[in-house]
Design a protein around this ligand. Structure first.
Ligand SMILES: Cc1cc2nc3c(=O)[nH]c(=O)nc-3n(C[C@H](O)[C@H](O)[C@H](O)COP(=O)(O)OP(=O)(O)OC[C@H]3O[C@@H](n4cnc5c(N)ncnc54)[C@H](O)[C@@H]3O)c2cc1C
Length: 376
């Protein structure tokens, strides 16, 4: 039997579930197919930017481990830039909890979400898209590919492959929970932890998530960088679980956002911050845009791909291009000249105004620069 929907979504990560929730709210009969069985863990640092928190609203508080107003960014050996926001700049959670929460939101809105249902093939037939899930064939006027950075749908429909960089981390547990205390009020970012990238320390309920994100493709250097970073911060004696190393999108190309009746969202479309690797907010935003485009196509005969491509180009791609340019500039400068540059009068004020605009911090924060080096 060929079951028909208004919209089919492949993948129930942040992009797919957010797309399905919005589509159901707009009255579409939407089905999500997810190959994993939830709750499942997923390699990710679980950092929710202020932009992600804004998109999800207060109900996300139920899965938050820590809310952090301060980001401490060390550059070179001596310079530390500290941003303290009026509101939370970054919150932490686990992907097991986040993805379950987002899938439940979609189900509550009226979407059908099937777990343990891998999509084996996707065919754009011109007037509809047909998929095969096990022994079933299903169809819809549009399909949203939310199948992540290693998803196979791009390949199935003849879209170009993504250019990839990578990130890696370990989970580091203290013997005594009180040892976590010095880490509970801030996100630590280290500009020297990984060549061409940075390192992070995110506090979770019972451990620290310590990782690095770079511009090179996935390789053994990432694991070495994580270990070096843990040692540099004096945490080698803590119990370590990991490593978890995965590719991340290196860039977004507008041509990669849609093809025919297939709309590509989240990591599958390359929509992640090229400096920080932050992708959850872009996944949620692009998923919702794709749902709205599919709904308009349903009602008014608009081409969903055109609408989605145009809106994403206006609302999502420009900020990613800005951060890519900023990333190139920062890397070309290097830590030494960068720390000198930050002492130039007016540089701190400039950075203070950029941070919220690039989605790195909430509005109304205060930035301070000191030259004594990181706390530990
Ligand atoms: C080490 C690391 C740390 C990161 N830390 C952060 C962070 O702190 N904050 C942040 O914002 N971002 C972070 N990111 C990026 C973030 O993880 C991604 O941007 C985000 O997961 C993208 O969401 P998505 O829904 O597009 O894809 P995914 O979360 O990858 O979801 C894709 C889903 O599709 C399913 N799927 C794939 N193929 C099929 C198929 N054929 N049939 C059915 N289902 C299928 C998969 O099982 C998966 O559940 C990190 C990434 C890495 C690698």
């Amino acid at each position: 039997m060929n079951e028909r929907f208004d919209l089919i979504v492949v993948g129930a990560g942040p992009a797919g579930s957010s797309c399905a929730e919005r589509a159901a709210e707009l009255g579409l009969r939407v089905a999500v197919f997810e190959k994993a069985v939830f709750p499942r863990s997923k390699p990710c640092a679980g950092g929710l930017s202020s932009r992600t928190l804004g998109l999800l609203g207060p109900s996300v508080n139920s899965i938050i481990h820590h809310k952090l107003r301060t980001s401490e960014i060390s550059i070179g050996r001596r310079v530390t830039v500290t941003w303290t926001g009026r509101d939370t700049s970054v919150a932490t959670t686990s992907r097991k909890e986040l993805d379950q929460y987002l899938a439940e939101r979609a189900i509550r809105a009226g979407a059908r979400v099937e777990f343990g249902a891998a999509v084996d093939s996707v065919t754009d037939l011109g007037d509809r898209v047909e998929i095969v899930v096990g022994s079933r064939t299903l169809s819809a006027p549009h399909l949203v590919a939310a199948d992540g950075v290693r998803g196979s749908i791009r390949g199935m429909v003849g879209m170009p492959t993504l250019r990839l960089s990578a990130a890696a981390y370990a989970r580091v547990f203290p013997d005594r929970s009180s040892d976590l205390e010095p880490f509970l009020d801030r996100v630590m970012i280290d500009g020297d932890a990984c060549r061409g990238g940075y390192g992070w320390i995110f506090p979770k309920r019972d451990h620290l998530n310590i990782g690095v994100c770079g511009t090179a493709p996935l390789g053994p250097d990432y694991i070495r960088d994580v270990d070096r970073f843990i040692e540099k911060r004096g945490l080698s004696s803590w119990r370590m679980e990991g490593h978890f190393a995965r590719p991340t999108p290196a860039e977004v190309k507008q041509t990669g956002l849609a093809k025919g009746r297939i709309l590509v969202v989240g990591d599958a479309a390359g929509l992640a911050d090229p400096i920080t690797g932050e992708g959850i907010s872009y996944s949620i935003a692009s998923g919702r845009l794709a749902a709205e485009a599919a709904s308009e196509a349903e009602g008014g005969g608009w081409e969903a791909s055109t609408v989605y491509r145009r809106r994403a180009a206006r609302e999502i791609v420009p900020v990613l291009n800005q951060t890519r340019r900023l990333g190139r500039f920062v890397r070309a400068l290097g830590p030494g000249p960068m720390s000198l540059g930050l002492r130039i009068p007016g540089a701190a004020a400039k950075l203070e105004s950029w941070m919220p605009r690039l989605g790195y911090a909430s509005e109304g924060g205060v930035l301070s620069i000191d030259t004594k080096g990181p706390r530990r």
